[in-house]
Write a protein that binds this ligand. Structure first.
Ligand SMILES: Cc1cc2nc3c(=O)[nH]c(=O)nc-3n(C[C@H](O)[C@H](O)[C@H](O)COP(=O)(O)OP(=O)(O)OC[C@H]3O[C@@H](n4cnc5c(N)ncnc54)[C@H](O)[C@@H]3O)c2cc1C
Length: 427
């Protein structure tokens, strides 16, 4: 295993919309930048798969600017193992990288919330974002019968992606009632006209797909793989035969790195000021790690963070867009917060930790995440509690899992280098 040491003025973690916007703004100040991402291609979640897949001109423009600069070093497929103030250790192929940074912009985005219900671990059941990721990676859904269920705008985006990949979308089952959806849309029209048009465009592209409000998945079943889903629609229960069930119950910020860096968190997101600065000196945060608000929020926050971290002035027009993006994030949060009744979907024999096969009945016996983890091994599998820890927060009101370094599973040779306290030796 080889080792490399990098010294940089500005480190940006995450090459999604926020990270690309931050780099693009910071470049104007002529600083040396490293952009690090665990994905093999830039673009984050919405622009997943790299530039060949991008349809948004903003992504191309930022990426071209970054590529053409001698000042930027892009580190794809790089996994952070440990970090502390001013230093970070990461793995890339068979290299251990030690990066010394002066300033850091954290753009680590968000992940899906997956809620357990009977049958959610059967092959064919996945997150709506997971379905999009599969399609963006080239998977075909030609002729597949797809049901999309959960709550929020991601349902429509996932349905559109599935349809474009050749699927027959049988139903979009939205958990919220029509009254809440109409209130949301009315607020969009009042505050965010462009987004209202965007939503109408999405609905139009899905005009032949059944869209039901007050509709909730109760169970998925099948031999070997998914064959059928049971849903509650108002007072009725229905069963539908299908090949894929994609569920979306919203997103949750990826806080592991912010937590390790001791950045203050509020309401499950990184706390930032109007300059996108966190509570820790020389660390800024932008995009969905600071709250779920969509791509426009990620872009404007990234832009402001890039300017602020390189001591450039922030134009008033940018601040206006930032405030508008924040208003949209608040609207999303109030309109699509998880309904307490969704807890009842998880039955005693439902697996909550699918890595370690731990059922709800075994978890319920414990008072908090720490005890449950010690006794049942929940959260000790490959996802390290990222899925089941979030589910337990919702199901039992437990605090989020506390992480220790290494923040992600690492190769033994990297751990050996870390333990030795020196990353200069090879082998
Ligand atoms: C699964 C999913 C699907 C989505 N689909 C849509 C959609 O179809 N339409 C839509 O409008 N919005 C969608 N969104 C929301 C959309 O992703 C955001 O609005 C936007 O991409 C946020 O940009 P960001 O830069 O903040 O975060 P992201 O786009 O999430 O980018 C964060 C980047 O940080 C990297 N990263 C995270 N942690 C680490 C780490 N520890 N080490 C190294 N790199 C790290 C990730 O690999 C990622 O590339 C989706 C979100 C998710 C989670």
């Amino acid at each position: 295993m080889t080792q490399q040491e990098i010294f940089v003025q500005l480190l940006i973690i995450g090459a999604g919309p926020a990270g690309l916007a931050a780099a693009s703004a910071a470049l104007q100040a002529g600083v040396r930048i490293v952009i690090l991402d665990e994905n093999p291609a830039p673009g984050g979640q919405i622009w997943r798969g790299g530039e060949m897949n991008w349809k948004d001109a903003r992504a191309h423009a930022m990426w071209q600017q970054i590529l053409s600069s001698q000042l930027v070093q892009y580190l794809p497929a790089t996994r952070i193992v440990a970090l502390q103030a001013q230093t970070l250790v990461a793995e890339q192929d068979d290299q251990v990288l030690t990066i010394h940074w002066e300033k850091l912009i954290l753009c680590s985005g968000a992940r899906e919330i997956l809620l357990p219900f009977p049958g959610w671990t059967i092959p064919g059941v996945m997150g709506a974002g997971g379905l999009q990721a599969l399609v963006k990676a080239g998977a075909s859904l030609q002729g597949k019968r797809v049901v999309i269920a959960g709550s929020g705008p991601l349902l429509l985006a996932a349905a559109q992606t599935a349809q474009q990949a050749g699927a027959r979308v049988l139903l979009i089952a939205e958990d919220q009632p029509w009254s809440a959806l109409c209130r949301f849309f009315w607020q969009l029209v009042r505050q965010q006209r462009a987004k209202a048009w965007q939503a109408l465009g999405l609905f139009w592209s899905l005009r032949y797909v059944r869209y039901r409000a007050c509709s909730t998945v109760l169970a998925a079943s099948g031999q070997q793989r998914l064959q059928q889903v049971r849903l509650r629609q108002g007072q009725q229960e229905i069963e539908l035969g299908c090949d894929v069930l994609a569920c979306a119950y919203g997103l949750t910020p990826n806080l592991e790195l912010a937590h390790t860096l001791k950045c203050a968190l509020t309401e499950g997101k990184v706390q930032v000021d109007a300059q996108q600065m966190t509570s820790v000196r020389n660390i800024w945060a932008a995009g969905e790690v600071t709250g779920i608000g969509g791509v426009e929020q990620a872009l404007i926050q990234g832009h402001i963070a890039g300017l602020a971290a390189t001591a450039q002035a922030i134009p008033e027009a940018a601040r206006r867009v930032q405030r508008q993006a924040l208003a949209f994030a608040r609207l999303l949060q109030t309109s699509f917060s998880l309904r307490a009744g969704l807890r009842a979907l998880c039955k005693p024999d439902t697996l909550v930790c699918r890595c370690e096969d731990v059922s709800a009945a075994r978890l319920q016996q414990h008072a908090d995440w720490r005890t449950a983890k010690l006794v049942t091994r929940a959260g000790m599998g490959p996802c390290q509690g990222r899925i089941c820890g979030t589910a337990c927060q919702f199901l039992y009101g437990w605090e989020a899992p506390q992480l220790r370094q290494p923040v992600f599973p690492a190769k033994t040779s990297t751990l050996a280098a870390l333990a030795a306290g020196s990353l200069k030796e090879t082998e």
